[in-house]
Design a protein around this ligand. Structure first.
Ligand code: RIB
Ligand code: CA
Length: 313
């Protein structure tokens, strides 16, 4: 498998942190060109701080981290401290970051990278609201054709919403950005709640993280211990759903996942269903398929992969 060049666009978030660690633990398959931060789970200053704390936890201060958009394209920012805690990374007690943010603005880093790398060689991995990606596409439409693939965490169909009855958080925060990305024509693979709610950190799985006996293993166990409260209370889940790491695991082992190539449109007018991903799973419309929408996962295989990789850090 040739190395895949990726940019992770993120709003850390405990599950974002695990996704970043999984990518950093897989240098033979993944070349992480940079981490671009966006406002989402918590405001931008915190997501940009948390991303650097995660790189330092993994001893990878060489990875450039950029700050991006601090609010959605056309709505007020909605954050999720009730899920992730005030810091956005509650659970472990990580030191303040020493590494600096890099210039330029994250949107310009995305544009410059896609223009300078060979066409079709860069994968965008958005695991937060799509504000940075949509802004890059709007500012520089020429880069859309240069994207190899967008593999994103967001949306839901059978699972419906986790922040409103109709919408998943990442899409709900910036539905206009999501509409831009889903209509861009770039190849898209979607990890919706339908699949991420099957990737639950049960106690044995959390114990396996802790048993690694490393600072990374312990921190991940503490993050998922904290992060599971919301889903346990709301859904009665058996553990924290590892939403964002599904994106990186798909790059490493696509065979662990299955889905359908279907049409997905984004609600941007009705306040009642704002940010809903209207996924034509049963192909009842003649709308063109625009996304590979993932519905299932080999959860044991996923956690075996994740735990084995985290042990390398
Ligand atoms: O709905 C789950 C998504 O929202 C994840 O990306 C999580 O980090 C939050 O951003
Ligand atoms: Ca996220």
């Amino acid at each position: 498998m040739s190395k895949r060049k990726i940019i992770i666009d993120t709003d850390p978030g405990q599950d974002d942190a695990v996704a970043i660690l999984l990518a950093l633990a897989s240098p033979d398959e993944i070349e992480l060109l940079g981490i671009t931060c966006v406002a989402g789970n918590v405001p931008l200053d915190l997501t940009a701080k948390n991303a650097r704390m995660i790189c330092e936890l993994a001893n990878r201060t060489d990875v450039p981290v950029f700050a991006g958009c601090d609010r959605p394209l056309g709505r007020n920012l909605v954050t999720a401290e009730h899920v992730h805690g005030r810091s956005g990374l509650d659970g472990p007690d990580l030191p303040e970051p020493v590494m600096e943010l890099r210039q330029p603005h994250a949107v310009d880093f995305i544009i410059d990278t896609l223009r300078s790398e060979s066409n079709g060689t860069v994968t965008l991995c958005p695991i937060g609201p799509l504000t940075n990606i949509a802004t890059a596409f709007n500012n520089a439409p020429d880069i859309i054709d240069k994207v190899h693939e967008i593999v994103l965490m967001g949306g839901a169909y059978f699972e419906v919403g986790n922040i409103t009855p109709a919408a998943e958080f990442n899409i709900h925060v910036d539905p206009h950005a999501a509409k831009c990305v889903f209509r861009s024509g770039a190849p898209i693979t979607v990890m919706p709640l339908d699949v991420t709610h099957k990737a639950l950190v049960t106690k044995p799985r959390n114990d396996a993280f802790r048993s690694l006996g490393t600072s990374v293993g312990t921190a991940v166990a503490q993050m998922t211990d904290f992060f599971e409260r919301y889903d346990r209370e709301k859904y009665g889940s058996a553990g924290a759903p590892l939403h964002d790491p599904c994106v990186i695991a798909y790059l490493l082992r696509p065979d662990l996942f299955s889905g359908r190539h279907i049409n997905v449109e984004i609600e941007t007018t009705s306040e009642l269903t704002m940010g809903m991903t209207v996924a034509d799973w049963w192909r009842v419309t003649d709308r063109e398929p625009n996304a590979y929408f993932v519905g299932d996962i080999d959860a044991d295989g996923f956690f075996d992969l994740l735990t084995e990789r985290l042990a390398r850090l």
